[in-house]
Design a protein around this ligand. Structure first.
Ligand SMILES: [Zn+2]
Ligand SMILES: [Zn+2]
Length: 86
């Protein structure tokens, strides 16, 4: 059973976004990596804030603006990036 939130909205607030897990990218000693952000297609650099709840990785600043509109991964479109926390 999936319960909708009381206001019926699937949109995320910035407060909810801040609760999503993120991490600082570490490229194993290298300055950059071969891993790209799937939104802006730039390589991740040391210290970049990233999110990766599915097999895709994003800059926090890139994915957050998308998640505010649609709370799913824009690539795999499954509702995996958002975890219901009650
Ligand atoms: Zn990006
Ligand atoms: Zn994905």
């Amino acid at each position: 059973m999936i319960q909708e939130s009381s206001n019926g909205s699937k949109r995320m607030s910035t407060v909810e976004l801040k609760r999503l897990p993120s991490f600082d990218f570490k490229a194993g000693g290298k300055e950059t990596s071969s891993v790209d952000c799937a939104v802006c297609l730039e390589n991740f650099k040391m210290g970049d804030k990233c999110r990766a709840n599915c097999r895709h990785s994003f800059h926090v600043r890139c994915i957050d603006s998308l998640l505010l509109k649609t709370p799913v991964c824009p690539l795999c479109r499954i509702d995996k990036i958002v975890r219901e926390e009650k």
